[in-house]
Write a protein that binds this ligand. Structure first.
Ligand code: FAD
Length: 145
């Protein structure tokens, strides 16, 4: 989030980075409304004292920090960082492995299904680094799981 409170201005909604778009949640309208509500209260309060300086508007930052908006964003801080560092794996290698495994699993030829199922499982395990890799991944994303 940028600095939310300035001399004569407050920043709300998307402009303040108040969006959750992380593969689990896609929301921002609610945060825009909530931040607008708190900003409006702070502005009205400052205006009633004929003030517009940042010190008179800090209530907005405090109210927003206590609200679900900042608490929800903080809850997913770790996820954004983790996804960033697993970018290649999550958006390239894993989807490719899932697609390959699907093709293998549903293939119709003279091989019995169990062979295809085993090859599909093998393909997925390769992608995640075997059972140990899968366990490490599960641990990394345990808060989601
Ligand atoms: C594809 C997509 C899907 C989404 N799905 C969801 C969802 O399912 N649920 C959810 O809660 N949120 C969703 N969001 C997020 C949500 O749309 C935003 O978080 C929300 O609209 C932010 O509101 P806002 O008022 O901060 O900004 P905006 O809605 O972007 O409003 C800003 C306004 O300012 C105007 N503007 C910009 N510059 C100027 C200027 N110089 N002068 C005058 N006007 C200007 C723009 O034209 C715009 O109308 C989605 C967003 C996208 C892009």
């Amino acid at each position: 989030m940028p600095e939310l409170v300035h001399d004569g201005a407050v920043i709300v909604g998307d402009a303040a980075g108040l969006v959750l778009n992380n593969g689990v949640h896609l929301e921002g309208t609610n945060m825009a409304v909530e931040s607008g509500f708190h900003a409006g209260k702070a502005v009205a309060e400052a205006a009633s004292g004929a003030r517009r300086d940042d010190a008179a508007l800090t209530q907005y930052r405090e109210d927003l920090t206590d609200s679900f908006v900042v608490r929800n964003l903080e809850r997913y801080d770790w996820l954004m960082e983790t996804v960033q560092s697993d970018r290649e794996f999550l958006f390239e290698e894993l989807p490719r492995a899932v697609a390959d495994a699907g093709s293998e699993y549903f293939q119709m030829d003279r091989a019995p299904k169990e062979e295809h199922a085993s090859a599909a499982r093998q393909r997925l395990l390769e992608a995640v680094g075997g059972y140990t890799g899968a366990a490490k991944l599960a641990f990394r994303y345990r808060n989601l799981i």
